[in-house]
Design a protein around this ligand. Structure first.
Ligand SMILES: Nc1ncnc2c1ncn2[C@@H]1O[C@H](COP(=O)(O)OP(=O)(O)OP(=O)(O)O)[C@@H](O)[C@H]1O
Length: 349
């Protein structure tokens, strides 16, 4: 049984999700205490509880403490991960529904299913575009293409937009199982090829995405970048708006986004995302802050070493490194001055 202190470092939901993924993959039982102790509402929220249920379903785990608000969890895998057809709905975890991020549930079960033998199809229902989590666009444009270079073959389709706070979105995941992962080297990023983006609304007038897209293109063009931002008006269960940009470099991808909200001007949404992208561009780093922590898990499961440079060493990154080392699968070295990460798998997977 591996014991994990959920209050360590960032003290957030990622400690739980990484532990669940690794428990399912390695077959190790885990006990986590102080779950999300670093958050104002600690314990399992709907998204975390759905991640627990999803991880348990794919390896027939016995679980104790799987209730909303629970700060302790015991998770004992029953068998190795089974490929198959699964449906998980974040809104079932809480009465009255929830817009908990399906992308975080997706990341919990993705690598276990990628390594399992056989293909899987997974439908996830809930929030597809939620603050402080990767948007489905980020998963499609940045996370998965990067993992594809490591040997992961997964397709993600957005069937319905689900914004915070209503949720009601749906994504479908097609996973090719039985993959072997290789390491990745993202030390040099190469020249910027282009910035592509999507300004989108559901159930709102079409002038909004048009204003977001044209402001973003103007700001980026002024900074001598090559932008191409599409404006889209789509159907949805509720009104929502957002801008998602991908910076495509010769050797790497980085993603930035923001959600619109009542009272926030369309142009302001564009300015916020462009500012973030330009700040990243100036660092010269190949890997954005978020991909920096998300790459650790696939890198630890690869057969060869990975090395990358990040724009910022976040507490998510150092905390995730700590969780991964607890399972003894890899050594993770983080040079906070050079902002360089080296992951050396120990060949136990
Ligand atoms: N804008 C973004 N783009 C891509 N990824 C993001 C973005 N914002 C946050 N993330 C990622 O989402 C994850 C959030 O982890 P965190 O531990 O905060 O989880 P959480 O379940 O939302 O937890 P909590 O509610 O405890 O904060 C991290 O991997 C982080 O890099």
């Amino acid at each position: 049984m591996i014991h994990i202190d959920g209050s360590y470092g960032e003290g957030g939901g990622q400690i739980l999700r990484t532990s669940l993924s690794l428990a399912a993959i390695t077959g190790n039982s885990i006990q986590i205490e102080n779950i999300r102790a670093g958050r104002s509402k600690p314990g399992l929220a709907a998204q975390h509880l759905t991640s627990v249920r999803a991880a348990a379903a794919i390896c027939n785990a016995k679980v104790r403490g799987d209730a909303l608000g629970s700060m302790t969890l015991e998770f004992v895998p029953g068998n190795s991960v089974l490929a198959g057809s699964y449906i998980f709905d974040v809104s079932e975890a809480r009465e009255g529904g929830s817009a908990g991020a399906v992308t975080l549930v997706l990341q919990t079960i993705l690598l276990p299913l990628v390594l399992a033998s056989g293909d899987s199809q997974v439908t996830l229902k809930g929030g597809t575009h939620v603050s402080y989590s990767p948007s489905v666009n980020y998963i499609q444009q940045v996370y998965l293409p990067t993992l594809q270079r490591m040997g992961v073959q997964v397709e993600v389709k957005l069937n319905a937009w689900g914004w915070y706070p209503q949720g009601g979105g749906e994504v479908e995941l097609l996973v090719s199982g039985g993959s072997k992962l290789g390491g990745i080297n993202l030390v040099e990023r190469g020249d910027l090829q282009q910035v592509r983006g999507l300004a989108v609304v559901t159930e709102l007038p079409s002038h909004i995405p048009q204003r977001i897209a044209s402001r973003a293109e103007n700001v980026l063009r002024e900074a001598q970048l090559k932008p191409s931002v599409q404006a889209l008006r789509a159907k949805g269960v509720a009104p929502g708006a957002g801008l998602f940009l991908t910076a495509e470099y010769e050797n790497t991808l980085a993603g930035f986004g923001a959600l619109g909200r009542l009272g926030l001007a369309a142009e302001k949404v564009a300015d916020m995302v462009c500012e973030e992208l330009l700040k990243f561009h100036q660092t010269g780093a190949p890997v954005d802050e978020h991909l920096g922590d998300q790459l650790l898990l696939p890198a630890a499961l690869a057969s060869t070493k990975s090395e990358y440079r990040v724009a910022e060493v976040s507490q998510h990154l150092t905390t995730n490194a700590w969780v991964i080392e607890k399972f003894g699968l890899a050594r993770v070295m983080v040079d906070e001055v050079e902002k360089r990460v080296i992951v050396e798998p120990l060949g136990k997977n």
